[in-house]
Design a protein around this ligand. Structure first.
Ligand SMILES: NC(=O)CCC(=O)C(=O)O
Length: 261
């Protein structure tokens, strides 16, 4: 089964949701001209890392982001891995990834499990408590958020249950670009899955971000990679290749988890 994937490597205006909705809308309009099956947005794309102002700018129950994504998905018949947003709830603000299918139905939410202390997430955000697997077109995927890719056991918990592609939404700084590339390629090779990673471009008061959104196949080949600038990164993936690679080198049957604890 083939899917055309488009990553929106947006620049994100610090703490300016209205401007970011306008920017996303314009970029989606452009991306739709190549008829993608799935459009992916980056991490915290409505607010950026303006964490000290979350009381004012976080999205109550992710309602505004969901309304926006639902409209785009339904009007254009396109699936959206709608990045993540600062999601204000009764028990705290979560960094929540949103998935809306091409009928405009919100089918999945995943809140970032591992909070990144170097960017003060632990001071302002609440860590998620549930897994990131979801089903689309009858195939199993997993959604992950940025720092999560440093936890191979967390990714494996999803691929061992059958996830064939990993969507990673991110605000990954340029200072650690080498880690970003190596970790994503390693996660693809060791899990024999597609990795579709959408990072932001641009900068905020603390960081310059890396861009370099990547689409990697289950053999570890990079199918598409962005530059450091704002751009659209696209590739076609063929999910049948996952089975091919998993049959050639059968790590999921050869692994011996009973010895791993
Ligand atoms: N937004 C993030 O989670 C950044 C993670 C990161 O930069 C890292 O090095 O890990």
């Amino acid at each position: 089964m083939k899917l055309k994937i488009t990553c929106l490597q947006m620049d994100i205006m610090f703490g300016k949701p209205k401007k970011n909705y306008e920017a996303a809308d314009a970029m989606i309009e452009k991306a739709l001209t190549s008829n993608p099956d799935v459009i992916v947005l980056p991490e915290l794309w409505t607010t950026g890392y303006d964490l000290t102002r979350l009381d004012d700018i976080a999205d109550q129950g992710a309602a505004a982001a969901l309304a926006f994504l639902k409209g785009i998905a339904k009007n254009n018949h396109v699936h959206l891995v709608g990045g993540s947003v600062a999601n204000k709830t009764a028990d705290g603000v979560y960094n929540t990834l949103l998935v809306v299918d091409k009928n405009g139905e919100p089918i999945h939410q995943y809140s970032k499990l591992h909070l990144f202390k170097l960017m003060n997430e632990h001071l302002y955000l609440t860590g998620g408590k549930a897994k990131g697997a979801f089903s689309l077109e009858n195939r199993l995927f997993a959604g992950m958020i940025c720092y999560d890719i440093r936890f191979p056991e967390w990714i494996r918990a999803h691929t061992a249950e059958g996830a064939e592609a990993l969507f990673v939404v991110a605000e990954w700084p340029l200072a650690r670009l080498a880690h970003w590339r190596a970790l994503l390629i390693a996660r693809a090779i060791e899990n024999q899955c597609y990795v579709i990673a959408c990072n932001r471009a641009g900068s905020d008061p603390e960081n310059v971000f890396a861009g370099h959104s990547m689409i990697i196949d289950p053999w570890g080949e990079v199918l598409a990679e962005g530059s450091e600038d704002k751009e659209i990164v696209e590739a076609e993936i063929d999910l049948d290749k996952v089975k091919e690679v998993r049959t050639m080198i059968p790590i999921f049957t050869d692994r011996r988890p009973e010895f791993y604890q």
